[in-house]
Structure formats: structure tokens, C-alpha cells
Design a protein around this ligand. Structure first.
Ligand code: ADP
Ligand code: MG
Length: 232
């Protein structure tokens, strides 16, 4: 079953930079997809179009039946409810506890108060951080902070988990742990789209690999490895 559909998609930024050109792609429900490519090839732009951080200049982006490009600003929450996003820099709120960082935003999604607590603890349990719910971000290691971000991303049971270089700031062992968590979430049915340039992770996990080079799709491999022409 199709979950993400990209048709003849272009993104030209206001300054004239063409970041994505004629992208066509389908991702099925439950898939795990790596998006790889050299720096500035358009990986983040592609990712941002999935959650409507950026609109395509031309073409269609459909996520879970929602026509993302055409979505009115007032309806973007309907899309965001279906997905969670994890970034390279943790973007946790420093003055909030782990619990509060994960629960923050659930109220505005219209989740009832009595449902919030069990959802937060379930998410923290999934990432192995239930015991640290009262800690503050600066009391946690980098890997733990990233696990809080994953908990925050999955707390409302999204159909799609989007990750942009989630291991970019982590050492190899911690990256492995983070990938175990993300893989488990995928095995439980969540579609995962992850931009990365972590060669070891991509080679080890043998998932679908999409290669974007200079804004153009140059490869799509079923159980791929890390094949990127790095010019530097
Ligand atoms: P990647 O994630 O693969 O490193 P990006 O999608 O971030 O690549 O960037 C692709 C190209 O688009 C780059 O040339 C970058 O400089 C440009 N770009 C990214 N964001 C913007 C923006 N907001 N405005 C103008 N140009 C941008
Ligand atoms: Mg990027």
C-alpha cells in the first residue's frame, strides 16, 4: 500500500537554488527508507517537504492520503498529527523535564489529559528512558537526549517517523543504540524515512536506499548499501 507519493516534484528556493528536480518516488506503508547523498544534495529539502516545512515549487507530495502541497496552513496540524520528526540537533526544551518535553504539544493536539500520562510513559519505555522522566536535558548524555526526541516524535503513535541525520552528533556506539530504537519502531509498523550520511549504519542495516545527488534521484536500491560519490 502506498503511503508516500512524490510526483514530478521540484523545489527552487527563493534565492534561485534548485534543491530538488523532477523527483518521483513511492514509499509503502511500513517501509524503512534511507535517503543518502552528498552534502547539499537536497536530502533535508526532500524531508522538509514531507512534513510541510517547505512546499514544493511544482509537483505533488502525498503523505498518508494528504496532498501536502495543497494543504492550507490551517490544516497542517492534520498532517503533523500523522508523523513525528527527529533532527540532528536535539531541540529539547532545556527548562522542561524529560516528561514535559515528551508531553509538550499533546494538549494542543487535543489529547485528553488522562490519556497524556500513559502515552508519555509508553513512549519513554520504548526508548528505554522511563526511569529518567524527571531529569532535565542537560543531565542526560547525547544518546539519551536523542532518545527523548524519539519518544517525543512517537508519543502520539504516528504512522510516519521522519529522521534527518539523527545520529549526526553521536559516536558510533551510541548511533547503533539509536538505530536499534528506530528499527524497533519500524518493526512495530511505523514507516521510517531517514536522511543520513552514516556509511556504517546504511551498510549494516540493508534497508531500502534512495540516493539523491544534486537534487536528482540517482539510485533506489531494495537492500542497498552506502554508495555516494563524495566530491570533497
Ligand atoms: P542536504 O540536506 O542534502 O545537505 P539541503 O536540502 O539542506 O541538502 O540543501 C540543498 C540545497 O538547497 C543546498 O544548495 C542548500 O544550500 C539549498 N538550501 C537549503 N535550504 C535553503 C533555503 N532555506 N534557502 C535557500 N537555499 C536553501
Ligand atoms: Mg541535510
Amino acid at each position: 500500500m502506498k503511503f508516500i507519493e512524490i510526483k514530478n516534484c521540484y523545489k527552487i528556493y527563493k534565492n534561485g537554488v534548485s534543491a530538488i528536480a523532477d523527483l518521483n518516488l513511492e514509499i509503502k506503508k511500513g517501509e524503512f527508507v534511507f535517503v543518502i547523498g552528498p552534502t547539499a544534495s537536497g536530502k533535508s529539502t526532500f524531508i522538509k517537504m514531507l512534513y510541510r516545512e517547505e512546499k514544493p515549487t511544482k509537483g505533488e507530495v502525498i503523505v498518508g492520503g494528504i496532498n501536502v502541497a495543497k494543504l492550507r496552513n490551517s490544516k497542517v496540524y492534520k498532517l503533523r498529527r500523522k508523523l513525528g520528526v527527529v533532527f540532528q540537533d536535539f531541540k529539547l526544551l532545556p527548562k522542561l523535564t524529560v516528561y514535559e518535553n515528551v508531553s509538550f504539544g499533546l494538549e494542543s493536539l487535543g489529547i485528553k489529559n488522562e490519556e497524556i500520562k500513559p502515552k508519555v510513559f509508553k513512549a519513554l519505555e520504548k526508548v528505554g528512558l522511563k526511569d529518567k522522566y524527571r531529569s532535565f536535558p542537560d543531565q542526560l548524555s547525547g544518546g539519551e537526549q536523542q532518545r527523548v526526541c524519539i519518544a517525543r516524535a512517537i508519543v502520539n503513535g504516528p504512522k510516519l517517523l521522519i529522521c534527518d541525520e539523527p545520529t549526526g552528533n553521536l559516536d558510533p556506539d551510541t548511533s547503533k543504540e539509536i538505530m536499534k530504537v528506530i528499527e524497533k519502531i519500524n518493526q512495530e509498523g511505523t514507516t521510517v524515512v531517514m536522511a543520513t550520511h552514516d556509511r556504517d549504519i546504511v551498510n549494516r542495516m540493508k534497508k531500502r536506499v534512495i540516493v539523491i545527488d544534486n537534487g536528482v534521484l540517482t539510485g533506489d536500491y531494495e537492500k542497498g548499501g552506502y554508495k555516494v560519490h563524495e566530491s570533497n
